[in-house]
Ligand binder design. Sequence first.
Ligand code: IMP
Ligand code: ZN
Length: 337
Amino acid sequence: MDYVALPKIELHAHLTGSVSRRTLHDIWRRKKDAGDTDIQDPMAVMPEGKHDYNVQTFFPLFSSYIYNLLIDEASIAEATTAVLQGFHADGVVYLELRTTPRTTPLLSPETYVRTILAAISAFSDLHPQMRTRLILSVDRRHDYATAAAVVELGVALQPLGVVGVDLCGDPTAKPGGAVRLFTPAFERARAAGLGITVHFAEAQASGSREELDVLLGWQPGRLGHVIWEDDEAKREIARRSLCLELCLSCNVLADMVEGGFAGHHFGYWRTVDGPKISLATDDVGVFGSPLSKEYELAAQHFNLDRQEVCSLARQAIDSTFGSVEDKEWLRSVMWTA
Ligand code: IMP
Ligand code: ZN
C-alpha cells in the first residue's frame, strides 16, 4: 500500500518540533555567515539519525537551543513553510499545526503567531490540496497571565485560521492537579468557540486523578497521548467518544510506553467502541517519522488491511476543529481517494 498517497489528517504536530535538521541547519548557516548568531550548528547538536530523545533531554532542546535560533520573522516564516512542505509532500490533506506563542528578542507573541499565519496563508494559496489551521499552545510552565494571553490571542486571530488551544510542555511541571490554575483560560477559549485539545496523562507525573479530572472538566474534544490514565478516565473517554491523538514513534522512541510498537496502547483503543483515533507525528523533526510511516507502522504491528487503514485515516474528520465546510471538504477528498 502507498502510505504517502493515502490522504491523511494530522492533528497533533508541534511547529518547532516539526522543523527538520536540514532546515534548521540552512537557517543557522545563513545567520552564521552574516555574523548574526554564535550558537552551535544544529547538525552538531542534533546529529542526523539521532531520535532517542526522552523527557529529560527533549524539552531543553527547545528552551535552550532551537528557540535561540528561530527568533526573527524570516527564520520563523522559512521554518513554517518548510514544515508545511514536508506534510504536503507526505500526503497530508488537512493539518492542524500547533505552536506556543512566545516572545523572542525581536518579536512579540502576536507578531510570532501572525508570521506563522501569513506563511500558512501563502502556502495554502499555492497548494489548495492541503488545508492548514492553527492551534495555540499553553505551556504547563506558563503562569496564569501568560496562558490567558495565549487564549486571548487565539480568540482574536480566529478569523485568520486559529481553531483551537492546547495544553503542552514538560509533564513534570504543575503536578497533582495544579494545572487547574488554567481553568478560567480554557473556559474562555471554549466559550469563544475554540476547540480544546490537551496532552493527557502523557507521563506518570501528569496522570494523577486530580489532573485528569481538571482536564476532562475543560470539555476537550481531543486528547493527546493518553498513556497513564486510570480506569475511571478510560471509561469517561469512551463514554464521551473523544478523539485520541496517538503518536506511535514518539512514544516508543522516547520510552514513554512499554513493549515497543506492538505493545502501544493504539492496540487497546482500537478495540474500544466510541473513541476516534487520529495517528499523529508530534515532532517529526525530532523523531524523524512522517505520518505516512506512522500509518505503515500501525498496519504492520496491528495487522491492518487496506480497508482498515483507509477507515483509520478518516476516523478523525468529525473531531477536527475547522469549519463545517472543512469537514465536508475532507469527506469528499477522503472518500473519493
Ligand atoms: P512550539 O510550540 O511550536 O514551539 O513547539 C515546541 C514545543 O512544543 C516544546 O517546547 C514543548 O513545549 C511542546 N511539545 C512538543 N512535543 C511535546 C510533547 O510530546 N509533550 C509536551 N509538549 C510537547
Ligand atoms: Zn505533543
